[in-house]
Design a protein around this ligand. Sequence first.
Ligand code: PMP
Length: 447
Amino acid sequence: MSDDTYLFYQSRNPRPFLDHGDGIYLIDETGKRYIDGSSGAMVSNIGHSNPRVLAKIKAQMDKATFGYRLHFRTHPSEDLAAKTVAMTPEGLDRVFFVSGGSEAVESAVKLARQYALTQGQETRYKVISRFPSYHGCTFGALDLTGYDPLREPFAPMLEGMPKIDAPATYLDRDNLSEEDRGLKYANLLRDKILEEGAENVLAFVMEPVGGASTGALVAPDSYYGRIREICDEFGVLLIYDEVMTGAGRTGKFLAAEHWGITPDIVAMSKGFGAGYAPLGAVVAQARLVEPVLDAGGFLHGFTYAGNPLACSAGLAVLEEMEDQGLIDNAARMGEVLMGELRALMERYPFIGDVRGKGLLTAFEFVADRNTMEPLDPSLNAYDRLVELAYERGLIIYSRRTRGGTAGDHFLIAPPLIITPDQIAEMMVILRDALDAFALETGLPVGK
Ligand code: PMP
């Protein structure tokens, strides 16, 4: 086998070749096992190589792998749409399939725009989002994304959609109650809508629990209801980007359910296909979709949208989630994992915050817990800890972002099938990697 490669991604890829998956584990070609502690990029919600799912996909493969949606209806796509509607909160009852998260976000925004046109609201086009945030890497989705390293090289080619600060309350040192802090951040949306002119604002897009950009950032409870109220007050559509949080990741099918919120439109992907097929969905309220269909249809669609093979995989994934009770397991195991991560703060004073919901959890490094000043960037903590864990057979996911400054945070988001013993196994490796990191950087370690 040659090391030559014709492939390129973000950078040259030094990783070993993957051989196969087995539940929460991935095994490389040398036989080394890794715990997939981040489900890839928060994708593999039901674990790897699930034989029941593979059998269902194979059965569809034997019948038809592709039938263009304008030529045929297919049972996998109809059935997956019905199942999705059944699993999402009441009111979200129309589904449009796509192949990934960026596609889902852009489709959601285009649907919002077409709906506004049916209402005679031609001036509404601005989509407000948060900083930091991540919504995808195609131009439209990148323009909503609040993450400078990905935006800056393309800045002149982006329209520049308005942004408000994400509710990074763990950095705040004011005397407000949690509830008031939540309201303070939510009211930034009201100010921004007034600044832009409500008649120009189409939608607000947010990740209900932050993902890659903010590291499992959860807002105070008061934030969510207030955001819904503000959107209603100004006729602004509320789009939840649940690409990472959807499909059970946070212990509910949609994270929106934690706060009893019904968004107007939801974007999903990642765990929805759970790595068994490139798949995503836009789930919207019928009151938005029906006028668009009446006005001649949604002027949008990808060739692979709703293809029967991907949809059969999605359907098998959701059935598996139900049969195994994986969403409840995510809630239970999330509690266990959060407890373990919080306990790390005793030994490692450079862990400044632990946060998350269900099995979307994170910890963040700081130089000082009182000031929440980030660690010295030259330590390259976000990279080093990932490498130290990888060497020891644990995959975790890191980024360096936060409000105005850069903070190293690490996402721990294993497949929803994880057991308490497997969490313990993961923590042994994580502690070992943290010890190694402290040793090489000279950072202090407690008992
Ligand atoms: N939105 C969110 C919240 C995401 O986490 C991601 C992927 N990290 C995307 C959108 C984009 O998804 P994709 O990479 O599948 O295009």
